[in-house]
Design a protein around this ligand. Structure first.
Ligand code: LCS
Length: 399
């Protein structure tokens, strides 16, 4: 793919689409069609045989979807992209593509609950095992790589504990062993973190989150080498079928145009809320990559452009106290998902990570006191006022 726009602020708006090929339409047209007609039977034959370029059927490719795939590939600095109907469709397609029965996957010490669930399924049905590794030093990673390790799979920042993984370090060890590194870049987006530039091989997203930014789409994206993406398009995507709809691709193209502006504001708001929360006497622990006292801050400094829009924290009290706190919130909505204009809060132990058995959850650092806050684009003062009033209700009732 030609690199046309060096600056991300321009690329998020223009990359992958040129109005001059579409009757001057400024917005990318929505090709809301399931299939594409062939002028002749021979043309159909040639397209199926790969001898002629052109669209066939929207599960195999669609111009609106193609624009999105080119844009995300450019933003991540990769050769090619592929869009899916959900983040989990992207996660599962990548892992199925990279593994076969009896292989092994080395994972970051925490993962989104459904990714954890999918790994259990791989183990039970196909004997594809996995281990969790802190990924904090090269020797430890080397020791956990086995001859049958097919890939290293990491989230960073990790959902929901915000732990940072040093991607350059992981990529270095993986290269020595000729193993691809897959990075779930959902929490950071390419605006804050660019794993391929650090030596990783495949990036994926739950595009449902910041890429969309408006809480109205479920989608996934994958970026990597052309060969890998083409083979996924013709196997795990074509035959399993987690294809995105053209309309959802269009909504993502629209959302992407403001990615940089939104991420700046999410990060600024989160930094303000962090300052308030960290000095509150009811807050027991707080996890935010932009915290200079965070043990992973040295990684944040070199790898993340800004702290991002997510903060997790533990409140003093029982699980019931935490639920009472959530119920007192007025502006902030209790909801899973993240990266939307609205500030959202959720309780990982009973929501996003409830599928993870308790001992594994504790190992991941997910206690019953932990809540995850996705800071929206409202005024930070209003967000803080809502948090403060809900926390103070807890204090009053406890006394
Ligand atoms: N990867 C990460 C890091 C995620 O946070 C999620 C969803 C997925 C993959 C799967 O994406 P989906 O299929 O939902 O588009 N995370 C969610 C969360 O934290 N709250 O609700 C969903």
């Amino acid at each position: 793919m030609d690199k046309r726009y060096e600056h991300m602020e321009t690329a998020v708006i223009h990359e992958g689409y040129d109005s001059k090929h579409h009757l001057g339409s400024l917005a990318t047209p929505i090709f809301q069609t399931s299939t594409f007609t062939f002028e002749t039977a021979e043309q159909g034959e040639n397209r199926f045989a790969g001898k002629e370029d052109g669209y066939i059927y929207s599960r195999l490719g669609n111009p609106t979807v193609r624009a999105l795939e080119e844009r995300i590939a450019h933003l991540e600095g990769g050769e090619a992209g592929l869009a899916f109907s959900s983040g989990m469709a992207a996660v599962s397609a990548v892992l199925i593509s990279l593994t076969k029965a009896n292989d092994h996957i080395l994972c970051s010490p925490g993962l989104y609950g459904c990714t954890f669930g999918f790994l259990q399924m791989l183990r039970e049905k196909y004997k594809i095992s996995h281990d969790f590794c802190e990924m904090s030093n090269e020797q430890q990673i080397r020791e956990m790589i086995r001859p049958e390790t097919a890939c290293i799979y990491v989230e960073t920042p990790i959902n929901p504990t915000m732990k940072m993984i040093d991607l350059a370090l992981v990529a270095r060890v993986a290269k020595e062993n000729n193993i691809p590194v897959v990075v779930d870049n959902t929490f950071a987006t390419p605006y804050l973190q660019r794993p391929l530039e650090l030596g990783c091989d495949i990036v994926l997203h739950s595009a449902t989150k910041y890429i969309c930014g408006h809480g109205d789409v479920i989608a996934g994206l994958v970026v990597g080498k052309k060969e890998f993406i083409s083979s996924m398009a013709m196997t795990t995507q074509k035959d399993i079928g987690g294809t995105i709809s053209p309309f959802d691709a269009w909504l993502l193209l629209r959302g992407l145009k403001t990615l940089h502006v939104r991420m700046d504001r999410h990060s600024e708001n989160a930094a303000k809320i962090f300052q308030e929360l960290k000095q509150h006497p009811m807050i027991e622990a707080i996890y935010y990559p932009g915290d200079i006292a965070h043990p992973d801050y040295h990684i944040t400094e070199k790898q993340l452009k800004q702290g991002g829009g997510l903060i997790s924290f533990e409140i003093k009290g029982s699980k019931e106290d935490i639920q009472r706190f959530l119920n007192e919130l007025k502006l902030i909505k209790i909801a899973v998902s993240l990266g939307d204009a609205e500030t959202l809060i959720q309780h990982p132990a009973t929501m996003t990570h409830s599928v993870v058995p308790e001992p594994a959850r504790w190992k991941m650092g997910i206690t019953n006191q932990l809540v995850r806050l996705s800071i929206g684009l409202e005024s930070w003062q209003d967000i803080w006022a809502d948090l403060d009033q809900a926390i103070s209700k807890l204090t009053v009732k406890k006394v």
